[in-house]
Design a protein around this ligand. Structure first.
Ligand code: HEM
Length: 124
């Protein structure tokens, strides 16, 4: 029997996922609605959060990493992320996946995973 490759492997591993996140973050920060979430934060905090997002996605996709960050509910609690914020986030996520030409069906699975975290984040 051929072992089923993990989503991590099918997406192209660490470098492919890191490339998506590297493309995504400037889009989020430049967005007129979402930019406020990353305003007035020191550069090293931004780098730390970015690294944790890469690790979280890699680890959740079955990659050989141990995610050392906080869970999604605790780390976004109190930010008042709204439905509109969430839609804007997803739009940028799709744009980053397009820019990096992330192939199907892995792409769809990754989007479905991100969507599954919504209830832990949207609170307003
Ligand atoms: C509208 C949507 C979102 C907004 C506005 C948002 C905003 C933020 C902000 C401002 C931080 C930094 C918090 C800090 O430094 O204390 C953060 C951290 C983080 N976010 Fe998000 N986020 C969103 C969606 C997501 C999604 C969909 C994921 C993953 C599927 C995610 C994963 C993470 C991770 C892993 C961290 C680091 C957690 C930690 O510090 O331990 N975020 N987010």
């Amino acid at each position: 029997m051929i072992p089923q490759q993990s989503l991590y492997g099918r997406l192209g591993g660490y470098d492919a996922i890191a490339a998506v996140v590297n493309d995504l973050l400037p889009r989020l920060r430049a967005d007129p609605l979402l930019g406020r979430f990353w305003q007035h934060r020191p550069e090293d905090s931004l780098k730390r959060s970015k690294q944790l997002l890469i690790d979280f996605l890699c680890s959740s996709a079955g990659g050989p990493l141990y995610y050392t960050g906080r869970d999604m509910k605790s780390s976004h609690k109190g930010m008042s992320i709204s439905e509109s914020d969430w839609s804007a986030f997803l739009g940028h996520f799709h744009a980053a996946l397009d820019a990096l030409r992330v192939p199907q069906p892995g792409r769809e699975e990754l989007v479905a995973f991100v969507q599954s975290t919504k209830t832990d984040m949207v609170e307003a």
